[in-house]
Design a protein around this ligand. Structure first.
Ligand code: SF4
Length: 503
């Protein structure tokens, strides 16, 4: 049986013709011809001035699209770009900051903003799934030739983010937030059963190290391509000296039969050897730092106990603790004086049982529905009870779309009402990066990045555009489509194109 192929190519700069040639070569080597509805999904979690290394670059995408056109047959009916950017951020705003619209216009691409698309149900039946069906945007379900174009980055929740983790962006916020907690890795595995890409092309020219939203640039000078995304991600791990079986969603995908993690079972070709790629990556800073360690040396002191027992995790790697790490980095980037301005504050996650040595005047914030604690703060007995709702009680069809402006109002209201309290409770599962930003802004008297005069007009205009379009669409029966599609219980027979309708 043919081994999955991973291609490592040198590409020192974001030169569109060079990227086009590299991707066209890969399509020829892998004997792939785009056809039908061809959909390319980048990683555009955030973009623009404050997030310059968080997203797949527009030049990279342009090269990929041109190569797809070069190899297309007459049977290609649509060439499209689709993504859902970071939670509460309008995809239109992120696409604008990433420079995607001029590329789409030049190449005549269809653009799908997944936060404006109809959502369809995908039925799942594989063993160990978190739920029996999930919701994804219709353009993903209908894609015949899916191309995954992530950015090579570190990630605070999952160590790294390559192609499999990029699937989080095929869900809109209301569905993406469900199970985005201590069982995030299982969610990423479950999403794999929706569809597998024909081609993976990773932007590893300027990789992002350390974090996910505000990574530091790390020049790798490579494009990494392949026809099996578990094989591609395993090679990316090998480049960083990381055992793919230690990245939980990769281990779960392996156990579900999505492909190999053993390099002997992968054909690695290209003009960069694995050894050379490893040399290029020496010193790359990965993610996965516990919140207590992350804030060492700052005025924020963090404490974390275990999340709810389902899944058997000792720490919530997929939710609130990682969100506050990303939030503080956004604020540090926006305001150099963030750490000086922030007063001593204690933040508590999960079922923490240890002491909280808050001095007089220092506030204690319990974050997330699963936070519990009992003890003495400033001479007063404090009892924090869990408000966690089991995932079996969360119905995706009843999930509310989070709205950044209503989040601002509710966070402001909560903290204003608690302005004289030394103990504050912030609920949510997860409490998102945006909510952590808003809470820290208020607690520290910091500059609010959402009110950045250079961005607020574009942000608000994208927000209003998306809200208006969705409101109009709701009048005509969206956001849910009555269509239902079957995923696959058997990874060896994964759909590579349009799923089968089940209703
Ligand atoms: S409330 Fe936060 S920390 Fe607790 S399980 Fe949910 S996401 Fe994890």
């Amino acid at each position: 049986m043919k081994r999955p192929t991973v291609i490592l190519r040198a590409c020192p700069t974001y030169d569109v013709p060079m990227i086009r040639g590299i991707v066209r070569d890969a399509l020829e080597t892998l004997d792939l011809r785009p056809h039908g509805r061809t959909l390319v999904k980048p990683n555009c979690v955030a973009s623009g001035h404050y997030f310059p290394h968080a997203f797949t670059r527009s030049e990279f995408l342009e090269g990929v699209f041109l190569a797809l056109k070069d190899r297309a047959t007459g049977a290609m009916t649509e060439l499209a770009l689709g993504e859902r950017s970071g939670i509460t951020m309008p995809t239109r705003y992120a696409f604008h900051g990433a420079g995607y619209y001029p590329v789409a216009e030049r190449l005549g691409l269809k653009v799908h903003h997944f936060d404006e698309a109809s959502q369809v149900e995908i039925k799942l039946n594989h063993p160990g799934r978190l739920r029996d069906s999930i919701y994804i945007p219709e353009p993903v379900a209908r894609a015949d030739f899916f191309v995954n174009c992530p950015k090579f980055k570190a990630h605070p929740w999952t160590t790294v983010t390559f192609s499999m983790k990029n699937y989080i962006g095929i869900q809109d916020d209301r569905h993406r937030l469900i199970d985005h907690d201590h069982r995030l890795h299982e969610k990423v595995r479950d999403l794999q059963f929706v569809l597998q890409p024909r081609l993976v092309a990773i932007d590893a020219i300027t990789a992002g190290e350390g974090r996910m939203l505000t990574p530091k640039p790390f020049h790798l000078g490579m494009v990494i391509l392949g026809d099996n995304q578990l094989a591609v991600d395993s090679v990316c791990c090998a480049i960083l000296g990381l055992d793919p079986m230690t990245v939980e969603h990769l281990r779960l995908a392996f156990e579900s039969g999505f492909g190999p993690v053993n390099l002997q079972e992968i054909e690695i070709i290209g003009d960069v050897s694995l050894a050379d790629a490893q040399k290029r990556a020496v010193g790359f800073e990965k993610g996965l730092i516990r919140v207590e360690d992350y804030f060492q040396g700052s005025n924020i002191r963090a404490y974390a106990g275990p999340p709810p027992a389902d899944g058997g995790h000792e720490y919530c790697w997929g939710g609130c603790p990682g969100s506050i790490e990303e939030a503080i980095e956004i604020l540090r980037m926006y305001d150099d004086a963030t750490d000086q301005k922030m007063p001593p504050v204690h933040v508590v996650f999960g079922a923490y049982k240890g002491p909280i040595p808050a001095k007089d005047g220092e506030r204690v914030i319990f974050i997330g529905d699963c936070a519990t604690w009992q003890g003495d703060i400033h001479g007063r007995n404090v009892q924090i009870a869990s408000t966690y709702v089991d995932r079996s009680q969360k119905n995706p069809l009843e999930a509310k779309q989070p709205d950044i402006f209503s989040k601002m109002i509710s966070m402001e209201t909560l903290l204003w009402k608690a302005r004289k309290e030394d103990v504050v409770r912030v609920t949510g599962c997860p409490v998102s990066v945006a909510e952590h930003v808003l809470a820290l802004v208020r607690l520290g008297g910091l500059k609010n990045p959402y009110f950045d005069p250079n961005e607020i007009f574009r942000f608000t205009s994208a927000y209003l555009s998306t809200r208006t379009r969705n409101a109009i669409a709701r009048l005509f029966g969206r956001p849910y489509n009555a269509l239902s599609f079957d995923g696959r219980g058997d990874a060896s027979q994964m759909p590579l194109g349009t799923l089968e309708r089940s209703t």
